[in-house]
Design a protein around this ligand. Sequence first.
Ligand code: C5P
Length: 240
Amino acid sequence: MPARQHLIVALDFPDAHTALALVDRLEGQCSWFKVGLELYIAAGPAIIATLVDRGHSVFLDLKLHDIPNTVASAVRAASSLGARMLTVHAAGGPAMLAAAREAVSGLAAPPELLAVTVLTSMDRYQLASTGVANTPKEQVALLAQLGLDAGIRGFVCSPQEVAELRALSGPDGLLVAPGIRPSGTDHGDQKRIAAPAQALRDGASYLVVGRPITQAAEPAVAAQSILSEINAALAEMAPK
Ligand code: C5P
């Protein structure tokens, strides 16, 4: 797979115009884009259709978390938009995960469901405040197992959990890692980070990169440097 099949650019923008201006600058280089809550709420489902019409793949990061019936209905509605990946919170529990999984079964071209385990903003104290006594690491493993038991093979995880989730999910696992920072770039508010090559070596299937590309003076140059790093890592990992 070419390097661009492993790179998802996070379109964290307040409106469609600004998001599409960035997509224009990356045309021909990047083929995967993540639409999160901010852009989805501002621009609506039309932004997904626009990206798909331009030949791009869309990761719709809605992090659904509600009662099973509501999540199943939302998953069905989202599945008709043309996104290729969709997130749900594993913390919604086994019944909610099973309902989400059931909602996509039988669809002609369903999005791959990705379960979000523990948000990277949650540390041990934050978890304890919500009544969870497990460490973040223990909780990630527990929630990932709930996803696997429900037949979900995709997970969003910090680069620091990739290796463990790869071991849990096996070769079929689809692991999407945000918190990617090429060496020499600003970490911003991300704490549990890794460089692109390291995340791939640890078993990530896709890397989500936002600000290192979107806020760069030259986004295309920044994307190219990350793609080169991905290429080098893939060449190094290829069976000799
Ligand atoms: O700008 P940056 O590269 O930090 O953007 C990372 C993207 O991945 C953002 O859209 C952020 O919401 C998302 N994300 C994350 N950590 C998670 C899940 C999603 O950073 N656990």
